[in-house]
Design a protein around this ligand. Structure first.
Ligand SMILES: O=C(O)CCC(=O)C(=O)O
Ligand SMILES: [Fe+2]
Length: 329
């Protein structure tokens, strides 16, 4: 596959030249008109690497890039509050609320994660009186715009994948992502604290994503992928005007394991800087049933809840089953 010419092959990472991943680029405008060549390219990406750049520079994509900038400002303000104020929000569910640093395993053995996270559930936002922390009430239109935009993008992608695979009727991926059915879809806003690899709380542990598709924005380095079949890490270079999209476990399972859910993690790149990222996690209807990496029939919500339990375990416990990396290792 061709790599975008402006991205180099390696990047300076403390003490070494680390490889940069050659990811394909998919164009949102072309997907919107179901252009056959773009659909084929999308399918190829999802069946091989499970990760790709998503070009949002056309007119239809630029609005979410604009919202991303506004969201980053809101995030900076939000995360700069005292720990006590942020903790008051609580975590009513795994898809809604605030989580401090250190709730999950970290990127290295015997470490905890190095990020704090604010999540806004799509179902909560869709309800007529969303329960949002007061500091966010003023920005409800921004959250609505972003989540609606991310939903339109990821649902378009589902329709494109269904078309590319020739799926019909109830086999189509959209049929188990209906908007009026309960799901764990959520907007997740991350702040990684400044750290290096000697810190107790650092980065984001290796994993595959729980849900169907992840739409990820970050202007900063740190994200690494381990392409299927490989055993080494490659950096994903941030690219202006682009998001990164990846397939999650649920869509992989629902596709009969033909789509790939690539393993990834986040490492500290600039030890003096905090890092912001924004992810929209499109997840299936909670009652959707599929066969997981261990061959069990599970519901989407069961897989979601079990995976969150695994994220919290120490690395030694995580190794005992295939849940953390969805059977991709
Ligand atoms: O922060 C990032 O860039 C990636 C986060 C991530 O992989 C996740 O939350 O699933
Ligand atoms: Fe992830």
């Amino acid at each position: 596959m061709a790599i975008a010419t402006q991205i180099p092959n390696t990047v300076q990472y403390p003490g070494e030249q680390a490889p940069i991943c050659a990811l394909e680029t998919i164009d949102f405008s072309r997907l919107l008109s179901q252009e056959p060549e773009e659909l084929e390219k999308l399918l190829q990406c999802c069946q091989t690497q499970g990760f790709f750049y998503f070009d949002l520079q056309g007119l239809d994509g630029r609005r979410i890039l604009h919202d991303e900038q506004q969201l980053l400002q809101v995030m900076r303000e939000f995360f700069s509050q005292t720990a006590e104020t942020k903790m008051e929000i609580g975590l009513p569910s795994q898809s809604h609320g605030f989580e401090p640093v250190g709730n999950h395993a970290g990127v290295l053995e015997n470490t905890k994660d190095g990020y704090e996270i604010l999540k806004v559930s799509r179902d909560e936002l869709a309800s007529l009186s969303p329960s949002l922390p007061s500091v966010l009430k003023d920005d409800v239109k921004l959250f609505e715009g972003f989540v609606a935009g991310a939903n339109i993008i990821t649902k378009t992608m589902l329709a494109c994948l269904s078309n590319a695979l020739g799926l019909r009727g109830s086999d189509r991926f959209e049929t188990f992502h209906r908007n009026d059915h309960k799901s764990n879809s959520t907007l997740a806003m991350f702040r990684y604290i400044p750290s290096d690899l000697t810190c107790k709380c650092v980065g984001h542990q290796k994993h595959t994503d729980i849900g169907s598709l992840t739409l990820l924005f970050s202007e900063q380095w740190g994200l690494q992928v381990m392409p299927p079949g490989s055993s080494s890490w490659e950096f994903v270079a941030p690219r202006p005007g682009h998001a990164v999209i990846n397939v999650g476990d649920s869509l992989r399972f629902a596709s009969g394991h033909s789509l790939q859910s690539c393993i990834h993690q986040v490492v500290p790149m600039d030890v003096a800087e905090d890092r912001y990222s924004i992810a929209y996690f499109l997840r299936p209807e909670s009652e959707k049933v599929f066969k997981d990496s261990g061959g069990r029939w599970v519901t989407a919500s069961q897989w979601h809840d079990e995976k969150y339990e695994i994220f919290k375990q120490p690395h030694s416990e995580q190794a005992a089953n295939s849940i953390l990396t969805g059977g991709m290792e």
